[in-house]
Design a protein around this ligand. Structure first.
Ligand SMILES: [Zn+2]
Length: 61
């Protein structure tokens, strides 16, 4: 689904489907959003798993 995003270089609105910003020619106008989002989700998952493992270890030991 195409949504409008802001180009990370020129801040103009660009379709999320666009491979290239039509305003400034930036090749991938939206990578920061996805990288940040998935990085944050991955980080949260790691923290939760570590906390669960720590909790289990407390029960076992
Ligand atoms: Zn741009």
């Amino acid at each position: 689904m195409a949504t409008l995003i802001n180009c990370r270089v020129c801040k103009n609105t660009v379709s999320s489907n666009a491979k290239l910003c039509p305003h400034c020619g930036e090749r991938s106008p939206e990578p920061y959003i996805d990288t940040l989002k998935y990085g944050l989700i991955g980080f949260t998952v790691v923290i939760v798993v570590v906390l669960i493992l720590a909790g289990l270890l407390n029960y076992i030991l």
